[in-house]
Ligand binder design. Structure first.
Ligand SMILES: [Zn+2]
Ligand SMILES: [Zn+2]
Length: 407
């Protein structure tokens, strides 16, 4: 129910005094009404200000408002039009208005409040955001949304400039990597930072392609973006295949379009013989967090070449590998990760002999278990390990993720 502003409010001497202090300054109707913004509902600050101005028998607003520099009278329409024209480059449904209030203006507002108190006031920022927001809604036909807007327009009150932030478009899916030698994400050359140099043969990258690049290509084209971020639910080694379906979210940065045909895009990605995707659906930041931090058990298959012939008498010992494994950070990653010892479980383990020096292992391990090191021993940094149990050194491991145990 709306409760309009009631002038009886000024029967209270304290409130009347407050009004007197405010009117010592030149304030427009908006800025006047806003100082009593919390009194009465169902009207704008400008309407409230008008009522108060009639009450004190002033007929006209001052030429220049000391609080808003006549923003509400002279600037707001221009700003609104600018916002709406910025909207034209992007396809979206919902928006939010934010504003940057110049320091001197904030200071004047605070100085006034020091004299009048802050009980009934509304800050200028919230009126700017709301009033511009209302006009933008009328002019653009888009919907105001304070919770999860597709676009946020930041209005700078001192310069009149507008900065448009477009929310990323997130797409969830699962991927397979059917080829070895491809990293999950784009790997920028650290020697040149992506500009291109001798080390990277002028490409700016250390690998020709990646799971991210194969997936992003049709997506970027469809949404009109030049950049993606790839959030994987863990990652397989560059030389390992992922025959299971690994959850991921691709984040399309500053998309011009948001309406895209995921079925069509799935088909486009799946023309690749290296990467396949399935189960695409629209997602949000919360899904990114879930995908990145969910700890999932995985089943691996590893085909291993040993240096010597396999000693079959030692094979029964392999049973003892089920259980807790102590792993010091592998030598191959210790240059970029903390060197510490952690414990991960092997839950299932089986093997098959493929040749005199060749075996295949199937391992169900807890999230974070390093499989290559479980097999090679990594110079004693992983214990127990297959190489020690078989008293044989490992020459080569071909690793596949074959199942990701999603909950
Ligand atoms: Zn004003
Ligand atoms: Zn380079």
């Amino acid at each position: 129910m709306s409760m309009p502003f009631d002038l009886k409010f000024f029967d209270n001497p304290k409130n009347k005094e407050k009004l007197k202090i405010i009117l010592k300054n030149d304030v427009c109707n908006n800025c006047l009404g806003r100082q009593f913004g919390m009194i009465g509902h169902g009207m704008t600050n400008s309407e409230r200000g008008k009522i108060i101005r009639n009450f004190v028998k002033e007929s006209k607003e001052p030429t220049k408002c000391f609080l808003c520099n006549n923003f509400f009278r002279d600037e707001i329409e221009k700003v609104t039009k600018n916002v709406v024209s910025k909207f034209h480059d992007y396809e979206f449904k919902t928006y939010l208005i934010g504003s940057v209030i110049p320091d001197e203006l904030e200071k004047r507002q605070e100085e006034l409040w020091e004299k009048t108190g802050v009980e009934d006031v509304e800050p200028i920022k919230s009126e700017v955001n709301r009033e511009v927001g209302k006009l933008v809604e009328k002019l653009s036909g888009k919907k105001f949304d304070s919770k999860l807007p597709d676009a946020t327009a930041l209005v700078n009150l001192s310069t009149g400039s507008i900065r448009l932030q477009i929310r990323s478009l997130f797409v969830y899916g699962k991927y397979q990597k059917l080829a070895r030698g491809i990293p999950q994400t784009k790997w920028i050359c650290s020697d040149c930072g992506g500009k291109g140099c001798k080390v990277c043969h002028g490409t700016g990258k250390l690998y020709k392609t990646s799971v991210q690049e194969i997936i992003e290509k049709p997506f970027l084209k469809a949404v009109g973006s030049s950049k993606s971020a790839f959030h994987g639910g863990g990652r397989e080694d560059i030389d390992a295949r992922n025959l299971a379906w690994r959850p991921f979210v691709i984040e399309l940065v500053k998309p011009e379009k948001r309406k895209i045909d995921l079925k069509k895009l799935q088909k486009a990605v799946n023309k690749s013989n290296k990467v396949k995707v399935s189960g695409l659906k629209f997602a949000d930041k919360e899904v990114v967090r879930k995908v990145k931090f969910e700890k999932l058990d995985k089943t691996y298959e590893a085909v291993v070449d040993f240096e010597k012939e396999i000693n079959k008498k030692l094979l029964p010992k392999l049973k003892t590998i089920i259980g807790k494994i102590s792993q010091q950070t592998p030598q191959r990653v210790v240059h970029r990760r903390a060197n510490l010892t952690r414990f991960r479980r092997v839950k299932k383990f089986s093997y098959k002999i493929l040749g005199k020096k060749k075996m295949k292992f199937r391992v169900l391990g807890e999230s974070g278990l390093y499989i290559k090191e479980l097999i090679s021993g990594d110079n004693g940094r992983t214990k127990p390990n297959v190489a020690d149990l078989l008293n044989n050194k490992v020459k080569k491991i071909s690793l596949d993720v074959v199942k990701i145990h999603t909950k």
